[in-house]
Design a protein around this ligand. Structure first.
Ligand code: FE2
Length: 302
């Protein structure tokens, strides 16, 4: 089965559920795949305040240049190099040490990360992911980052609109040898772009060291601006590696590797994917902003 169909097979129930919950989501899903619609949406979205208000007074991100990051986002759709302070990383790891995650995102498979092997024996399951539900409610360090004024400034300037916080997720991706089809239910292992909103931006933070064997994120640079017409004019947002390399070129594939604390920001309209970890587990935090609030509480992971 082609990758785009395999991905759709996993996703269609969610698409149906979110369409029923909010017709505006369905409209967005159908038309936001066209670049000209994204550009037109600038004229109908709520404009940002001159000074974007933030719940946090000061930023924990000292040495980042907001305008430079926004320029990279406009050109490449990706900027890597927003480093988290050590104390914030430590705070998140303290939370991870004591909080239960949900194996394969199911509340009935709840366990401490350090007891994962015991949990797999107990539940007789192989866990592909371990997800921390509602993490920003439970972990003050994550909540602080989600409200960070510099992150909000980047989102405001890139979206050219008042940013709407859509989701914050923290999860382990485990190095396992399960077939790719099983992993598809929990991870985005094929190239795709996300239709989260007419315009959106997502911040990622590695909370473990990530190399080529630990599930790096891969982004196709420039593919948010330079999207092939048939890649827009299709119901399917997933594509094969061959399709991607043939059109966008190998040189534009950016594998994001780095040490614990590395942050990067991406326009999810870029083609991207996550390589399945083969040697080491990966802990990743993702914070997503868009421009509209849809009545689809779990549509934001698409
Ligand atoms: Fe994605």
């Amino acid at each position: 089965m082609p990758n785009r169909l395999r991905r759709f097979n996993v996703k269609w129930k969610g698409y149906y559920k979110w369409s029923v919950k909010d017709y505006r989501w369905l409209l967005m899903f159908l038309i936001s795949r066209f670049n000209f619609i994204k550009k037109l949406s600038v004229y109908v979205s709520e404009k940002p305040n001159k000074k974007q208000e933030s719940l946090e007074k000061s930023s924990c991100l000292d040495s980042i240049e907001i305008d430079k990051i926004v320029d990279f986002l406009k050109k490449d759709g990706l900027y890597s190099g927003i480093n988290l302070p050590t104390n914030l990383v430590e705070e998140i790891h303290k939370y991870v040490d004591i909080a239960n995650c949900y194996g394969n995102r199911k509340p009935e498979f709840s366990f401490l990360h350090k007891e994962k092997e015991l949990a797999e024996e107990k539940y007789k399951k192989t866990f592909i992911v371990g997800d921390y539900p509602n993490v920003s409610q439970h972990c003050p360090a994550v909540r602080q980052l989600q409200r960070d004024p510099k992150l909000l400034d980047i989102a405001t300037k890139y979206l050219n609109a008042k940013p709407v916080h859509l989701s914050t997720k923290l999860w382990w991706s485990y190095a396992t040898e399960v077939p790719l089809d099983n992993r598809l239910n929990f991870a985005q292992v094929f190239f795709h772009y996300d239709l989260i909103d007419y315009r959106s931006v997502q911040f990622f933070f590695y909370l473990t060291d990530v190399d080529l064997s630990s599930g790096p994120h891969v982004c196709v640079l420039g593919s948010h601006q330079n999207k092939k017409f048939t890649h827009q004019f299709s119901f399917f947002t997933g594509r094969s590696d061959r399709d991607i390399i043939d059109y966008y070129g190998n040189d534009n594939l950016k594998f994001v590797c780095g040490k614990t604390g590395l942050g990067f920001v991406e326009d999810p309209y870029c083609f991207h994917k996550g390589i399945p970890p083969s040697q080491n587990n990966r802990l990743l935090l993702k914070i997503v902003f868009g421009i509209n609030n849809y009545r689809t509480s779990d549509s934001k992971t698409m």
